[in-house]
Design a protein around this ligand. Structure first.
Ligand SMILES: O=C(O)CCC(=O)C(=O)O
Ligand SMILES: [Fe+2]
Length: 276
């Protein structure tokens, strides 16, 4: 299977880098990132492409490791130095299941698309920060994030510069990707504005549609974001495609244990699941 066959190549000619259309799509995505910190490339996949990804995601979902509990905005342990009510101390419920790269078989269309050279070059051109590499972590390079009834992701800032996600299936209700673009900067944490969002003042919140088949390139370091609670029986599936500007970055063992339930990756993806 050639994973590029799942992409709408007329609109997004990944096989023709530097063609006029390719350059136009890249330029538009760059403008969107500059303006709002996100480029939403809708209908990146064809309808058949979406269907193939949904079937794959449903088959992979049982391989996910569920994590949940109370999570903070800054993805750090609460420090004693912050006064009561400070956003650094704020904790909210989260719940999500993550299927790690090491358990995604090479026949998976999601994996094949992630590993395609053409997609990497396309994203590299949009990000525009020099050579881009697949994230070197054996679990974290590619994830399928599966969310079911009651799951949600708390308001947070990412610890990476950008994340690339592929919307595969939406929940029946909820599961919205909500963002306050550029609420903070390197120079200004904007704690007051962050506190207002945490208190429920949502006038600056935008919801990104994430219709199935959308490729989203998102700068999450300075844009506060969350996934609202999921309702209904249909699972929400999102592929999280990780890249880095260095070839050797990996996650800590602790992060692997919390997110995937194992600190050592499988050497090859297990054929059947559960592994006996
Ligand atoms: O599932 C999503 O759409 C976003 C996930 C996210 O924000 C994250 O993994 O940091
Ligand atoms: Fe995030």
């Amino acid at each position: 299977m050639d994973p590029l066959d799942l992409v709408d190549l007329e609109r997004f000619p990944l096989r023709e880098p530097n063609s006029a259309r390719w350059l136009q799509v890249v330029a538009q995505a760059r403008l969107d990132i500059t303006a709002i910190g996100a480029a939403e490339i809708s209908d990146f996949l064809t309808p058949d492409g979406v269907a193939a990804m949904v079937a794959d995601a449903e088959a992979l979902a049982p391989r996910g490791h569920r994590s949940g509990g109370r999570g903070g905005v800054y993805l750090e342990q609460p420090g004693a130095q912050w006064p009561e009510g400070h956003p650094r101390l704020h904790r909210m419920d989260y719940g999500v299941s993550a299927v790690g790269y090491d358990v995604i078989p090479s026949a998976s269309p999601l994996r094949a698309l992630y590993e395609s050279e053409e997609l990497t070059r396309f994203i590299e051109a949009i990000i525009d920060r020099g050579p881009l590499y697949h994230y070197a972590d054996p679990c974290g390079a590619l994830n399928l994030a599966v969310m079911t009834e009651g799951d949600e992701l708390q308001w947070h800032f990412d610890q990476t510069d950008f994340v690339v996600s592929l919307a595969i299936q939406s929940a029946e209700r909820g599961g919205d990707f909500e963002v306050v673009p550029r609420i903070r900067s390197r120079a200004d944490e904007s704690y007051d504005a962050v506190s207002r969002v945490l208190r429920g003042e949502h006038q600056d919140v935008v919801t990104l549609a994430m219709t199935p088949g959308t490729l989203l390139i998102f700068e999450g370091r300075n844009s506060l974001h969350r996934v609202s609670p999921i309702h209904g029986v249909r699972r929400r599936h999102v592929g999280l495609l990780a890249y880095d500007t260095t070839a050797t970055t990996v996650s800590s063992e602790e992060l692997r244990r919390t997110r995937y339930g194992r600190s050592e990756a499988f050497a090859t993806p297990p054929v059947s699941w559960p592994v006996s």
